[in-house]
Design a protein around this ligand. Structure first.
Ligand code: CXF
Ligand code: ZN
Length: 383
């Protein structure tokens, strides 16, 4: 059938909203009518080229490229049709999307680390998780890839059943959308990866769609001091609404205050959630973090970047840790229902994350607003 999607044909180009062809779901797949898609910075990383694999990796992919690609890896919708053998969901079910699929059977899934599911290895390039072929095609018949095996910037999606999580039908689908990347990633960065404990001092660097949730995660874990760092005044103000206790424009400016509030011991953890993670931010985060503390690298860094500024001797001598995280180190099938339960109880301010809704045709306006620092989260609302 025909549907509409925002397609990126090459880095540096705008999103092209066009009619595409979408096939029926194959075995183990589901057809979803998209309700909302989040404008996360990670899709912008495709536009800037930061998330485009380097040539030595690209040449291993079928066709040697990830383009053209349907963007979007944060989304929610309603199941329309299921393929052969699907028992996890049925038509009419409301689902959240998982940008890391969970097969439930690989060693990572079996150990409760679904965010590291072996199926996630093929997030970039190639076709469906199920059989490697494509369900989406341009109007001229070329295969169309999907961001993180989802492609939520489309009115319809054909997804592997390992990429969807059934949710309660009375929950607002825009909220079900947000938990699919930003909320889970930010909240989990604090709760699971930084392992924030009651009484901790936590610094969150970058207070957009991910950092705002890291602040809420730190607050939920009982942090005593939550220091928000963002150059944009509006984001600092929102950070205080989400539970930050202090806000500063830069890491450098935050240093004296963190020193004073911790009697010189510095933060237990610093969580890096800026729009782009550059290597020179790591040592700045280490400087804010005390002995035995943890720096969590959550934001996506350019794939071509291999240099990091790091005082390795002090990291060793002060027993600090630098930790990466994907999906907030949580299991999508466990975390998404939990986060939605906290929302239902009024313990997570998720409505407040959405700054503005856009139509699919307005997607480039949405990303311009994100880049201009106007949005905590913009979402595309489908009909
Ligand atoms: C990203 C990481 C790269 C794949 C898509 C999701 N994480 C958060 O936005
Ligand atoms: Zn994201």
């Amino acid at each position: 059938m025909k549907t509409r999607a925002a397609v990126l044909h090459a880095p540096g180009e705008p999103w092209s909203v066009e009619e595409i062809d979408i096939d029926p779901p194959g075995p183990g797949e589901v057809l979803v009518k998209t309700a909302y898609a989040g404008l996360c910075h990670s899709d912008e990383h495709l536009v800037t080229g930061d998330l485009v694999p380097p040539p030595e990796l690209l040449e291993l992919l079928p066709g040697g490229t990830i383009f053209p690609i349907i963007g979007g890896h944060e989304g929610a919708g309603v199941v329309v049709e299921v393929g052969e053998g699907v028992t996890k969901v049925a038509p009419g079910d409301h689902v959240s999307c998982a940008f890391v699929p969970a097969c439930g059977m690989c060693p990572s899934c079996a150990k409760g680390e679904q965010n590291l599911c072996d199926l996630g290895a093929g997030t970039f390039g190639g076709g469906m998780i199920t059989d490697g072929t494509y369900r989406t095609h341009t109007s001229s018949g070329a295969d169309l890839g999907t961001m993180a095996k989802l492609g939520t910037f489309a009115e319809h999606m054909v997804l592997a059943d390992s990429s969807v999580i059934k949710v309660e039908p009375d929950l607002p689908l825009e909220i079900v959308c947000l938990v699919s990347c930003g909320v889970a990633t930010g909240y989990g960065s604090a709760v699971n990866r930084a392992e924030v404990r009651a009484g901790d001092t936590v610094v969150v660097v970058g207070c957009g769609g991910i950092g705002s949730n890291a602040i809420m995660g730190a607050a939920a874990a009982g942090a005593a001091n939550i220091i928000a760092v963002d150059p944009v005044q509006f984001k600092q103000e929102k950070a205080m609404e989400f539970g930050a206790t202090h806000a500063f424009g830069s890491m450098e400016e935050a240093i004296p205050a963190v020193m004073e509030m911790t009697w010189g011991r510095m933060a237990n953890s610093t969580i890096l959630t800026p729009g782009v993670l550059y290597g020179d931010l790591v040592q700045q985060a280490m400087n804010l973090t005390g002995k035995g503390g943890t720096v969590v690298a959550t934001a996506v860094a350019p794939m071509s970047q291999t240099d990091v500024k790091l005082d390795l001797a002090m990291m060793t001598l002060q027993q600090k840790e630098l930790r990466g995280t994907i999906f907030g180190s949580a299991s999508p099938n466990g975390a998404i229902p939990e986060l939605l339960m906290l929302y239902r109880q009024g313990r997570l301010k998720l409505d407040e994350l959405i700054t503005r809704q856009y139509s699919l045709d307005e997607i480039n306006d949405g990303y311009r607003d994100m880049n201009d620092g106007k949005n905590i989260r913009g979402v595309i609302a489908f009909d």
